[in-house]
Ligand binder design. Structure first.
Ligand code: FAD
Length: 438
């Protein structure tokens, strides 16, 4: 039953589904029997699975991607659409721990991951609003500001690239918030409409010959004595020479080895109803993406058509339902941008990502089964990149080499039996964020 309080928060057309699905709803599965034999079977049809499928199909392999749900059900169509070079290990930390050449190698690959999205969108002509309009990283405390400046100066010295440190006043011109004492503007980062990006990948992979089947949960993978694998789904079994598991935050008990290594956590987003152009120009006058300089990031952006504010926070907190979480996020957004008060929500939704214990993304092969994931918030570029790398590893090509491949992949003790762990991890990081932002 809706109350007056609800009416003040939720617009009349409020939806508990991602804003992105208005333009690109997930494809409902048709009941289909998976093919009896393929060269490569992919489990999961998100950004990772589809990038791999496209690469493999173009290389002449027969490919099926099997997804447990609708095609486009996963995080790939639920995210903020930020395309960055984000690694949870700063350049400065890598220099300190592994030396300059290693840090350079890692961050060159972060650039390659960013470029992989730009290149995919360009060469496949995917109309997903890919736009390089820069990112503003916001800081609340002087020490965060100084740390950010040191980090980006070091990157600039070793990798090139531009950035500008912004004063409190300059930040105020970018976002109508008095919370921030400054920030770093990185001009060459981008944003997309993730629903349309996924839809484009789906169309191109299918056109290249890959079979994409939704509603087909892979319940078991059986290794065959003579080589290859059987993938069992309720609709039938597919025999494949190679298997790639691309299930990231939605990883279930299919491969216990993998389940012990991925910490799944829920992320939450809201979209406001359209703003009057004059108000939007006052609150967020540009198409930049905004995040704050902490682990549990707040992200704020305009919708690609420039009419709504999209907001993400409270990652890893307990599921309380789309309405309760949406109302909480709206209050958070008002604390950051007070003039948002009075706006209503059109959408509130959630999606699942995965952290790893070492905070590195991984592409790996275990018992002959390939895997890519564990992107720690950065799966738009990393899923694109490592999906392609995984495909090249399957093809046996040297293009599959990457710093994210075959590094040790530590497990997390008791993970599958402790669903609280993700929340505990994020609570710890939130506490540290608060401390740093004093
Ligand atoms: C709210 C939110 C905001 C985010 N913002 C950003 C951002 O701005 N920028 C960024 O870079 N990253 C962001 N991310 C992370 C990014 O979206 C993910 O890392 C990325 O989409 C992962 O893609 P994927 O293809 O590996 O997995 P997913 O897209 O999650 O797909 C996995 C698929 O596996 C399927 N599956 C699971 N088990 C089985 C099984 N047994 N059989 C068959 N299928 C199975 C699921 O149904 C699912 O469709 C965000 C994530 C969320 C949730």
């Amino acid at each position: 039953m809706s109350t007056n309080a609800d009416a003040a928060i939720f617009g009349p057309a409020f939806k508990e589904t991602p804003y992105w699905w208005d333009a690109a709803p997930p494809t409902k599965p048709e009941p289909r029997t998976p093919p009896a034999r393929v060269d490569v079977a992919i489990v999961g049809a998100g950004i990772t699975g589809l990038n791999a499928a496209l690469e493999l199909a173009r290389a002449g392999r027969s490919v099926v991607a099997l997804d447990a749900s609708d095609l486009g059900h996963g995080a790939s169509t639920r995210n903020s659409g930020y395309v960055g070079r984000t690694l949870k290990h700063s350049f400065s930390d890598l220099v300190r721990e592994h030396g300059v050449p290693y840090a350079i190698a890692a961050y060159r690959e972060m650039q390659a991951a960013f470029d992989a999205v730009a290149e995919r969108v360009r060469t496949e002509q995917i109309d997903c609003g890919f736009k390089v309009s820069g990112r503003l990283i916001l800081t609340k405390a002087r020490r965060q500001y100084d740390e950010l400046e040191q980090e980006w100066s070091l990157r600039k010295r070793h990798l090139g690239g531009e950035f500008t440190m912004l004063s409190r006043k300059a930040v105020r011109d970018e976002i109508a918030s008095d919370l921030y004492c400054g920030g770093a503007l990185i001009p060459d980062l981008a944003a997309i409409h993730p629903g349309l990006y996924h839809r484009g990948l789906l169309d191109r992979a299918r056109a290249a010959g890959a079979e994409l089947i939704g509603g087909a949960r892979v319940e078991r993978i059986v290794r065959l004595d003579g080589g290859g694998f059987d993938l069992r789904t309720p609709q039938g079994t597919t025999r494949a020479r190679d298997v790639l598991v691309a299930t990231n935050g939605y990883t279930d008990g299919l491969l216990p080895w993998l389940q012990r290594r991925l910490i799944p956590f829920d992320a939450y987003m809201i979209a406001t109803e359209p703003l009057r152009p004059a108000l939007m120009n006052r609150l967020l006058p540009t198409d930049r993406t905004y995040i704050d300089h902490v682990f549990d990031v707040v992200s704020i952006r305009r919708s690609p058509d420039g009419t709504r504010i999209l907001f993400l926070w409270r990652t890893g907190t307990r599921q309380t339902g789309a309405r309760a979480k949406g109302a909480q996020l709206l209050r958070d957004l008002v604390r950051i941008v007070p003039e948002v008060a009075g706006l209503k929500l059109s959408h509130s939704w959630t999606g699942r990502c995965a952290l790893t214990r070492d905070l590195w993304p991984h592409v790996a092969t275990h018992d002959g089964i390939h895997f890519a994931g564990g992107y720690c918030f950065a799966g738009v570029p990393m899923g694109t990149y490592l999906g392609q790398k995984a495909a090249h590893r399957i093809l046996g090509s040297s293009e599959g080499k990457t710093i994210f491949g075959d590094r040790s992949f530590p497990s997390v003790p008791l993970l599958p039996t402790n669903p609280w762990l993700a929340r505990q991890v994020m609570t710890w990081h939130r506490w540290r964020d608060r401390w740093a932002g004093r």
